[in-house]
Ligand binder design. Structure first.
Ligand code: PLP
Length: 477
């Protein structure tokens, strides 16, 4: 059997193949092998282009003579199910298969639209994945694989690998001012899973409603509803979430982005921070702190986490999606003691813990100071992009106010009253400029129209031209 190349260019070993035969049953063995292979191809279990094991390997796996397998292959070659090329073995022929069945039924995720085809991509929420520190990450992975004992490959502690909870808690205490200890941490698959776990625990404890900022991500509201809870939308102004409005609701928990409100960029003002924590104490409720991009701040003082001030009333959720890459799916919770056991239990029930090797690699990466190094580098890069974007906006759109510029990877550009964000976004897209409006994040459509401009993905050379094109679109309205 010839080895074949994988999508990453590696040479793969001969594939295994599940085939069931019954030596006692009619029809004979050859017919059974043929039928099993045909069925696997028809149902898409063996897709077009899939390599088959060699006749020798398959015969040996099935404990039958090689001649039977050779005959079965020849029959399927004749029927057009298989094709054989000299030097590359036997594979499933294109065109005969049902493997594409159902592809259309799989919804595309929001992150999936072809980012590469957009020349001026101002979509928010995505860091520059081309700057991922591959070499340092690779070193950490290699070190971990070389040194981790066999026990490290057993089922992990559902709260996460101890080494990572230790490294991460000291990183968070140092950089984000949390009051984290390894015992209070639960590693999870991104913020997304962490928040779902929190919603499930709150529901089990009898909560009825969870509040979110308005505007905020629709997916977060969907997660609240999916847990059987009601969503309460609390408005946001330039000082962050309006706590007075929260006090009038029945919610016993609220999800907030205090360091850099998403998507407006507002920072939760000191009085509001105090009021929010006072509300949580009075209500014996919880503040769920989404600390998704706080490491990126350029010209403002650092803002410590709320969790560090009230660790028994705040559930802190962090993520490597902005600092490193969303594909890592690395997230973490620092939880009040009251919720800890239930969070760990639900995490165990959901998936028995997050992938252990990646956790160990992340621990090594943190301990070597690689995250600090990467963030120092990225802060410089993003600050330059932010400065160029601010300059381009001043030059081409001087009458439009800009918010949330001091931190994060996106800012908000105010549009004239009555402007239609969707129409503007469509017109900009026709000029290869991809922007989105704020209304899509709003529950109540009373926020004045604005565009959210992300600069995480933008090349420096594209910023001025992208904004010049956007200005031309806005001027022509
Ligand atoms: C407001 C906000 N919170 C959290 C996240 C991170 O989510 P996750 O860690 O699941 O990738 C994002 C990513 O886009 C975000 O925009």
């Amino acid at each position: 059997m010839a080895n074949h190349k994988t999508t990453s260019g590696a040479v793969a070993a001969a594939p295994e193949l599940l085939i069931r035969i019954d030596r006692a049953a009619a029809p004979g063995l050859r017919a059974q092998v043929e039928r099993e292979l045909r069925e696997a191809i028809r149902t898409g279990r063996l897709p077009a282009g899939a390599e088959l094991p060699s006749t020798r390997a398959l015969a040996s796996d099935l404990g039958i003579s090689r001649g039977i397998v050779v005959e079965a292959f020849e029959q399927l070659l004749a029927e057009g199910y298989l094709s054989a090329r000299r030097g590359s073995g036997t594979m499933v022929a294109p065109g005969r298969i049902a493997a594409d069945r159902g592809k259309e039924a799989v919804p595309k995720s929001a992150a999936e639209p072809a980012r590469t085809s957009v020349r001026y991509d101002f979509r928010p929420s995505v860091p520059d994945t081309s700057t991922f520190p591959r070499r340092a990450w690779h070193k950490s992975l290699r070190r971990v694989l070389a040194t981790a004992p066999p026990a490290a490959l057993d089922y992990p502690d559902p709260r996460g690998t101890r080494a990572l909870r230790e490294a991460l808690s000291s990183y968070l205490n140092r950089v984000r001012g949390t009051a984290a200890v390894p015992e209070r941490m639960v590693m999870c698959n991104g913020f997304t899973q962490g928040f779902r776990l929190v919603c499930s625990v709150l529901k089990q404890r009898g909560a009825r409603a969870v509040a979110t900022e308005d505007p905020s991500h629709e997916e977060q509201r969907a997660a609240i509803r999916a847990a059987g809870l009601r969503v309460v939308a609390v408005p946001v102004d330039d000082k962050g979430v309006v706590v007075e409005r929260l006090e009038r609701t029945a919610a016993s928990a609220i999800l907030v982005t205090p360091a850099h409100q998403f998507p407006t960029g507002a920072v939760l003002a000191p009085q509001r921070r105090a009021a929010l924590l006072a509300w949580a104490t009075r209500r014996q409720g919880f503040v769920i702190e989404d600390d998704y991009d706080a490491e990126y701040r350029y010209d403002r003082d650092p803002i410590g986490s709320l969790q560090g001030v009230a660790p028994e009333r705040v559930v802190y959720i962090g993520s490597a999606s902005k600092t490193l890459a969303p594909a890592l799916r690395l997230g973490w919770l620092v939880a009040p003691v009251e919720l800890l056991k239930d969070l760990a239990r639900i995490k165990e029930m959901e998936d028995r813990g997050s992938p252990g090797i990646e956790q160990l690699a992340f621990a090594d990466f943190l301990e070597c100071g690689e995250l600090d190094r990467h963030l120092r580098r990225m802060r410089r890069i993003y600050r330059r992009r932010r400065d160029l974007l601010a300059k381009a906006l001043r030059t081409h759109l001087p009458r439009h106010r800009v918010f949330g510029i001091a931190a994060g990877l996106n800012l908000m550009l105010e549009l004239p009253a009555g402007a239609d964000e969707e129409v503007i976004a469509a017109a900009a897209a026709a000029h290869s400029v991809h922007v989105g409006g704020v209304q899509r994040y709003c529950v109540r459509p009373n926020t004045s129209p604005a565009l959210i401009l992300g600069y995480g993905m933008l090349r420096e050379s594209a910023i001025a031209e992208g904004i010049r094109r956007l200005a031309a679109v806005l001027d022509s309205r």
